[in-house]
Design a protein. Structure first.
Length: 324
């Protein structure tokens, strides 16, 4: 008799556990996914290929609904605020942003923080001023200073004269951005003790014919192109690996950049881990949304130096896989 009662109690407990499990699964499936808005400058541009792949894969893994906003030029903090306000009206839960240029962006992001919506910056920090200074916001990005410095060291090692007497032209991304300022400073610091000259600098602007801009500049031996869109355009118009007798070294984050390196139109690429930047940005947001006492953290992602002969190495193939 006692054995029958024990068996009955065990069976009842098993049924209760199973019922609780299925009830939990039912309610879990009914819970709406958290919605995360992504705002990138010219979101359809090929420079974002790796980043967007990382964002999407991480959103799938972490059960978040990603809204990649269809954007054109974002030339000011006000432009970005208007996009954010549209998504606030749609009641999104969090943001992943590439910060707008200019010093006003920090005040705008302080305002966003007051809306009690978590956000992560990706690819670069907020521009504070010409003296580099961290904003304190959670940021997932490469070391932009190191990107510029690495390009400088590659120029030195690849030039048979160690750049003695050589002239260099520099094309960066938008002015008054953390990425452009730090990349240029890194390049200058790397070249500081070399007998070479930075003949001119240019910050990329919207709707500009970069080939016409370069054609109007003095001739140089090397061009260091820190903006992917400009690099892809100049590389496409290069002949026998040079554009206006200048060899092209630069930052490339698109499949086109890699193809241009493969055919010899670009000499050297420094490639940030765009996929990792996108993936970890979403991971940070997921932790903030699901963990009560979690504090958003910054991450710094690696960069790779790639020459044509490196393209088929196992390490580089794995790295570039995320761009496909």
């Amino acid at each position: 008799m006692k054995r029958d009662k024990l068996t009955f109690l065990i069976a009842e407990l098993i049924l209760i556990v199973l019922a609780a499990f299925f009830i939990h699964k039912i309610f879990q499936e009914d819970v709406a996914q958290k919605r995360v808005a992504v705002i990138l400058q010219n979101s359809g541009d090929t420079r974002w290929e790796g980043v967007i792949n990382g964002l999407k894969q991480s959103a799938k893994t972490n059960n978040l609904h990603l809204i990649i906003c269809n954007t054109d030029d974002i030339v000011s903090a006000q432009d970005e605020r208007e996009l954010i306000e549209e998504q606030l009206e749609n009641d999104v839960d969090a943001f992943i942003l590439c910060p707008a240029p200019g010093t006003d962006t920090k005040d705008m992001l302080d305002w966003l923080g007051e809306q009690k919506k978590p956000f992560v910056l990706l690819t670069e920090d907020v521009y504070i001023g010409e003296q580099p200074e961290a904003s304190g916001y959670a940021t997932v990005k490469p070391d932009n200073y190191q990107i510029g410095y690495t390009l400088g060291t590659q120029l030195i090692t690849q030039d048979e004269d160690g750049l003695k007497g050589k002239r260099i032209g520099v094309i960066a991304g938008r002015s008054k951005t953390e990425a452009s300022v730090n990349r240029i400073q890194g390049l200058k610091d790397a070249l500081e003790k070399q007998d070479c000259e930075i003949a001119w600098e240019y910050n990329e602007e919207s709707d500009t014919d970069i080939c016409a801009v370069v054609d109007a500049q003095e001739s140089v031996d090397y061009m260091v192109v820190m903006d992917t869109q400009a690099l892809d355009t100049l590389g496409e118009h290069a002949e026998n690996g040079v554009y206006k007798d200048a060899k092209i070294f630069g930052v490339g984050t698109s499949m086109k950049s890699i193809a241009l390196l493969d055919v010899g139109q670009v000499q050297c690429l420094v490639i940030p881990d765009g996929y990792g930047i996108g993936y970890e940005s979403v991971e940070e947001i997921e932790k903030e949304l699901t963990r009560t006492f979690y504090t958003l953290k910054s991450h710094e992602k690696e960069v790779k130096v790639i020459y044509k002969e490196d393209l088929f190495s196992d390490e580089i193939e794995r790295f570039l896989y995320s761009y496909e």
